[in-house]
Design a protein around this ligand. Structure first.
Ligand code: FA5
Length: 344
């Protein structure tokens, strides 16, 4: 019996040594230490032993079981450790490999120009005002000295929603709304950026939907020279001293006198090309002294208060600033175009 136990121990230990997977170890455990295993069988045969031999043999059985059990545990720990090491080796990250570039977005060039213009005017003490894009005919036209049937309404071909509601054709209704809110008292100094819509045919410098930034200053003793100085300061800061500027007499029903401001073309530098339609100039804004009728309609007394207003097209300004030859580039969202404006 003793010899049989020695033999079983050696057999089991040999199998444990040879095992390379956890499953094999489990099989050894079941085979040698399980209820139906050979050691249990030896225990069963102990009934035939003499009373003196039985305790010695019992102790021997326990020794054999413990030897197998403890070697099994050691080997299980070894194999588990090996599995962890293998996994870690497979998952090792090579920190010396170059990283994958992360695609970052950037401001749309129009947004960048609008923010630059806003900052410039905020620096001159202006506040930002906003108004609805779906506007009442009253604010878009009537409150701006353009009663129904006025021929100058044709200057801005409109998208009407009902007889009284339209997509605003310019940002000037925000000045009418702001003056009305003031109730005819006190100064105003605002700029109003926003989208506007016109039934214009799209070409290199025209779009049916575009941005405008309106400016309005109302106070006592405001003169045309204040308007001119403001526009010159704006143009110099925006385009630099080398770009030429001209103010042309013009007509807007809501300003008197009225002007338009042109900047020398960025493509041909004044010689005349397809972008500027051969004129050498690109118009960027309309402006003038607020018409007394507009002041009166908003409750201001023109004898006491005067003001100037301007409305500029940020697309045209962005074209001049960045040398873009077609306004449609801003709206077709070609990433090859947009990527050129990424900040370094
Ligand atoms: C107006 O819209 C007037 N409300 C501007 C104004 C405000 C005058 C306050 C006096 C006092 P005008 O239609 O000229 O004016 O448009 C102003 C600017 O918007 C133009 O100088 C141009 O830069 C831009 N613009 C006009 N039409 C288009 C268009 N279809 N596509 C792109 N930009 C345009």
């Amino acid at each position: 019996m003793e010899a049989r136990l020695q033999e079983l121990q050696q057999e089991a230990l040999a199998k444990i040594e040879a095992a390379s997977e956890l499953k094999e170890l489990n099989d050894v455990r079941v085979a040698y230490l399980g209820k139906k295993g050979p050691i249990t069988e030896v225990l069963r045969g102990m009934g035939q032993l003499s009373a003196e031999e039985r305790p010695r043999m019992g102790a021997l059985v326990n020794e054999v079981r413990e030897a197998i059990q403890s070697r099994l545990e050691e080997k299980v720990a070894q194999l588990e450790q090996a599995v962890i090491e293998q996994k870690l080796a497979a998952e090792t990250i090579d920190v010396t490999l170059p990283g994958r570039p992360v695609q970052t977005g950037s401001h749309h060039p129009l947004t960048a120009v609008i923010e630059e213009i806003e900052d410039l005017f905020i620096g001159m003490g202006y506040e930002i005002a906003e108004g609805p894009e779906v506007e009442k005919d009253y604010y878009n036209f009537e409150a701006l000295n353009l009663p129904k049937g006025h021929p100058a309404r044709d200057m801005q071909d409109s998208f009407y929603i009902t007889d009284e509601v339209l997509l605003r054709t310019h940002t000037s209704p925000v000045q009418a709304r702001t003056m009305e809110k003031q109730g005819g008292k006190g100064p105003i100094k605002i700029i109003c950026p926003g989208k506007v819509y016109r039934r214009d045919d799209d070409d290199a410098t025209h779009s049916h939907q575009f941005m405008q930034i309106e400016g309005l200053v109302i106070d006592k003793n405001i003169r045309m020279s204040d308007l001119k100085g403001t526009l010159q300061t704006f143009a110099k800061k925006m385009f630099g001293d080398e770009r030429e500027i001209r103010l042309r007499p013009s007509f807007f029903p809501f300003t008197e006198p009225s002007v338009e401001m042109d900047i020398s073309c960025m493509m041909c530098h004044g010689k005349g090309c397809g972008t500027c339609k051969g004129t050498g100039w690109i118009e960027i804004l309309g402006a003038g002294m607020v018409h007394p009728n507009v002041l009166r309609m908003a409750g201001y007394d023109p004898a006491e208060y005067q003001g100037f207003a301007f409305g500029m097209g940020p697309e045209r300004i962005a074209m001049l600033k960045y040398g873009v030859d077609d306004i449609r580039h801003f709206y077709t969202n070609d990433v090859r175009f947009l990527q050129q404006f990424k900040r370094a």
